[in-house]
Ligand binder design. Structure first.
Ligand code: ADP
Length: 667
C-alpha cells in the first residue's frame, strides 16, 4: 500500500486512552502545535486527561467495552471533532489490528504500526516463528500449531522441566503457568487454556523452557516509513509481581557493553523482520548471561520514560513525526546513552492487603516538584476519584542521575516525599523496594518481590516520641492557622494566654492500640511537651503541607494532614496514621475540665441540647461545639441539675471559656 495513505501530516489528534498516558500524549502533541481531542467514559467526566485536551468526547458508560474499547464510538468521536489521527496509548485498543484497520478505513492516521505488522507480531507463537527465521535467539520451546495433549506433553519432555506454559495471545501475565514436573502438566494446561479463552478468546498454548533466575530485559526500537529503524538501548524490568512490572530502569545494570550491543542488534533484527514502523519493544528473558526473545509489543510501553531520560528523546514526538511520514530525526550512531533512569509505578492498591485495589476520592495529592532529576507522569490530581473500572495506576515517578545509585536515591526521596491520602497507595512498598539492599546491588530475579513480600509489605512502624510531639504540633499548628482568619484572635500569637502557665493533655492511638498520652505546657515561658518523665522544649514553624518542628533544639520537617480526629504525619521515621482520642465524647476514660463545662478548644456553638433547670444523668449531652470542622458534644460530668447555660447557638468561644454550669445532685 502507498505509505502516504498511512502516514501524513495532520493537525488534530484524538487520544484513544485515559489516565496518565493520555495526559502524557496530550502534553507532547500540544507542544508540537497539534489540537488534541480526548475521549472519556461516564466515570471519567472530571478526569485529568479530559481537562487537559482542547476538546473531549463522551464515549459511553464506564465499562471499558462500552467506552474505551468501543471502536465505533471512537471513530465517531474522531469524525465529530475533525480529528485526523488517533494515538492509542498503551493497553485498551493499542495492539488491536482491527482498530488500526478501522482507523485507516475511516481516513484516519493511526499513530503506530500497520494492522499487518500487529497481526504478524501480536501472537507469541507467530512472532517466535518469525524470529526463528530471522535468526534471533529464542528460549528453547514449542510454538507449533498442533495443540493436542500428547504433542504438548512430548514437547515439554523434550525441553525438560521446569517449563512455562503460555497463552500465545497472552498479555499482562495471564494464561501463564510454571510447570515443574510432568505430573503437573495436564492440569496446568487445562487451567491456562481456560484463563486464556476467557481473557483473549484464544487458547492456543506455547511451551518454553523456564529460564532460571529470570531477568526481564527489553529493547526500545522505533522505525519510520522510509526504512530507517533504530534501537534506543534497553530497559531492565526484572522487579515484577505476578509477571507485572513494578520498577523499570535503563540501561540494564546486568549487561556489559558487549551484551548491550548484542541484545540491541537482536532487537533491530527482530523489528527489521517485519519492516517495522512506529515505536515498539522487543522483550527478552535472560538468565543473566544470554538473552532470549519472548515477544514484541507493537506500541509505546508504560516504562518508556526511562528510555527518554537516558537518550534525551521524546518518544511521543518521534511517534508523531513518524506518523507525519517524516524520517527519524537521528541515525543509530547519533543516539547516545547518558546516565541512568529508574521508574516506579504508583498504584491505588494496598500491599498489606494482598495488593487489593483501593478506590475512592483522592483527598490529598502532594508529590514533590519535578526538579533535581525527578519526573512525574500523573493521571490524577487532588479531588479526582479512582474508579473501580480501570487499571489502578495513578502515576509514574521517574528519576534520572549520572549513576544508578544516585538515580535510585533520587527516586526513593521522591517517593518518601509524596503524600497521597483518601485512597491507599503502594508508595511505601515502592520505597521499601528502592531501599532493599538486594535491589541496590541488583541481586534480583523476577521472583524477588514474591519471596521478599513479608519485608516489603510490612506494617508501618509504631509512633515514637517524635511522632507524638509532631501530632500535638500538627493540632496546634492547624488550630493556629484556622484562627488566622479571625481578626484579633489570640491564637495568632502562639502561646498567648490570659494568665500564667497552662496545660493541655492529648491522647493518641494507632488502630486499636493503647492510648499514648502527651501533655503540652504553654502560656508564659517556653512551650514544652511532656511524655512520661521526659520534657522537651518545642517550637512549630508552619510550612506548605506541614511544619518544621524543633524539639530540644533539633529541627525536623513534618508533613501533616488533619482530617477531623485522624492525623496523618510524615516524619523522618516514615508515615504514621494516628487517631486523636476525643477528649470529650466519652472516648477517653478521663474527663476534661472535671466539673467545669468549658470549651476545650476554640470553636463555635452549633447546638444547645438541654434546658436550664433540667435534671441530667451523668454523660447527658448539653451542647455541641464545632471544633476544626468536627462536631464535639459536651456532656454532663456527673448527675445533677443544669444550673445555667452561658452561651447560645452561633457564639464563637475561646478555649477555657465556661459554657454551662451543672450542680451535682450529691448522690
Ligand atoms: P505477558 O505478555 O503476559 O506479559 P510475557 O511473555 O511477556 O507475558 O512474560 C511475562 C514475564 O514472564 C516476563 O517479563 C518474564 O519475567 C517472565 N517470563 C516469560 N517467559 C519466561 C521464561 N521462558 N522463563 C522465565 N520467565 C519468563
Amino acid at each position: 500500500m502507498d505509505r502516504s495513505m498511512l502516514y501524513r501530516r495532520f493537525h488534530t489528534l484524538l487520544i484513544a486512552n485515559r489516565g496518565e498516558i493520555a495526559a502524557r500524549v496530550i502534553r507532547t502533541a500540544r507542544a508540537m502545535g497539534l489540537r488534541t481531542v480526548a475521549v472519556y467514559s461516564e466515570a471519567d467526566r472530571d478526569a485529568m486527561h479530559v481537562a487537559l485536551a482542547d476538546e473531549a468526547v463522551l464515549l459511553g458508560p464506564a465499562r471499558a467495552r462500552d467506552s474505551y474499547l468501543n471502536v465505533e464510538r471512537l471513530i465517531e468521536a474522531a469524525r465529530k471533532t475533525g480529528a485526523e489521527a488517533v494515538h492509542p496509548g498503551y493497553g485498551f485498543l493499542s495492539e488491536n489490528a482491527e482498530f488500526a484497520r478501522a482507523c485507516l478505513d475511516a481516513g484516519l492516521v493511526f499513530v503506530g504500526p500497520t494492522a499487518g505488522m500487529m497481526t504478524a507480531m501480536g501472537s507469541k507463537s507467530g512472532s517466535k516463528a518469525l524470529m526463528e527465521k530471522a535468526g534471533v535467539p529464542l528460549v528453547p520451546g514449542y510454538h507449533g500449531e498442533a495443540q493436542d495433549e500428547a504433542t504438548l506433553a512430548k514437547a515439554a519432555d523434550k525441553i525438560g522441566f521446569p517449563i512455562l506454559v503460555k497463552a500465545s495471545a497472552g498479555g499482562g501475565g495471564r494464561g501463564m503457568r510454571i510447570v515443574r514436573s510432568a505430573a503437573e502438566l495436564g492440569s496446568a494446561i487445562v487451567s491456562a487454556k481456560r484463563e486464556a479463552k476467557a481473557a483473549f478468546g484464544d487458547d492456543t498454548m506455547l511451551i518454553e523452557k523456564y529460564v532460571d533466575n529470570p531477568r526481564h530485559i527489553e529493547v526500545q526500537i522505533i522505525g519510520d516509513s522510509h526504512g530507517n529503524l533504530v534501537s534506543l538501548f534497553e530497559r531492565e524490568c526484572t522487579l515484577q509481581r505476578r509477571h507485572q512490572k513494578v520498577i523499570e530502569e535503563a540501561p540494564s545494570p546486568t549487561l556489559n557493553a558487549a551484551q548491550r550491543e548484542t541484545v540491541c542488534a537482536a532487537a533491530r533484527k527482530a523489528a527489521g523482520a517485519v519492516n517495522y514502523v512506529g515505536a515498539g519493544t522487543i522483550e527478552f528473558v535472560s538468565d543473566g548471561k544470554d538473552v532470549f526473545f519472548i515477544e514484541m509489543n507493537t506500541r509505546l510501553q508504560v516504562e518508556h520514560p526511562v528510555t527518554e531520560l537516558i537518550t534525551g528523546i521524546d518518544l511521543v514526538e518521534w511517534q508523531l513525526r513518524v506518523a507525519f511520514g517524516e524520517a527519524l530525526p537521528l541515525k543509530q550512531d547519533e543516539i547516545r546513552l547518558n546516565g541512568h533512569a529508574v521508574e516506579a509505578r504508583v498504584y491505588a492498591e494496598n500491599p498489606t492487603k494482598n495488593f487489593m485495589p483501593s478506590v475512592g476520592k483522592i483527598s490529598t495529592w502532594r508529590l514533590p516538584a519535578e526538579t533535581g532529576g525527578l519526573r512525574i507522569d500523573a493521571g490524577y490530581r487532588e479531588r479526582d476519584s479512582v474508579s473501580p473500572y480501570y487499571d489502578a495506576m495513578l502515576a509514574k515517578m521517574i528519576a534520572w542521575a549520572p549513576t544508578r545509585d544516585v538515580a535510585i536515591e533520587r527516586l526513593n526521596r521522591g517517593l518518601q516525599e509524596s503524600d497521597v491520602r483518601g485512597i491507599v497507595t503502594n508508595i511505601p512498598f515502592l520505597s521499601a523496594l528502592m531501599t532493599h539492599p538486594k535491589v541496590r546491588t541488583n541481586a534480583i530475579d523476577t521472583g524477588f518481590i514474591e519471596r521478599e513480600l513479608a519485608v516489603l509489605a510490612s506494617a508501618p512502624p509504631a509512633p515514637g516520641e517524635l511522632e507524638l510531639c509532631a501530632a500535638v504540633a500538627a493540632i496546634v499548628n492547624d488550630e493556629r492557622q484556622a484562627a488566622q482568619g479571625e481578626a484579633n484572635s489570640p491564637w495568632q500569637t502562639f502561646g498567648w494566654m490570659p494568665v500564667g502557665r497552662r496545660q493541655r493533655s492529648f491522647a493518641f492511638r494507632v488502630g486499636h492500640g493503647p492510648e499514648q498520652k502527651i501533655t503540652m505546657n504553654y502560656g508564659s515561658g517556653p512551650s514544652t511537651l511532656v511524655i512520661g518523665e521526659r520534657e522537651l522544649a518545642f517550637t512549630v514553624a508552619p510550612k506548605d503541607g506541614g511544619f518544621d518542628l524543633t524539639l530540644d533544639g533539633v529541627k525536623s520537617q513534618v508533613a501533616a494532614v488533619i482530617d477531623g480526629h485522624e492525623l496523618y504525619l510524615r516524619t523522618r521515621n516514615g508515615r504514621f496514621d494516628l487517631h486523636w482520642v476525643d477528649p470529650f465524647g466519652g472516648e477517653s476514660e478521663e474527663h476534661v475540665g472535671e466539673d467545669k463545662i468549658a470549651a476545650p478548644l476554640p470553636g463555635t456553638v452549633v447546638a444547645v441540647l438541654a434546658e436550664e433547670g433540667a435534671k441530667l444523668e451523668k454523660g447527658a449531652p448539653i451542647l455541641t461545639l464545632e471544633v476544626m470542622k468536627m462536631e464535639q458534644t459536651l456532656r454532663a460530668p456527673y448527675a445533677g441539675v443544669l444550673k445555667s447555660i452561658k452561651c447560645k447557638v452561633g457564639d464563637i468561644v475561646q478555649e477555657g471559656v465556661e459554657l454551662a454550669v451543672v450542680e451535682p445532685s450529691g448522690e
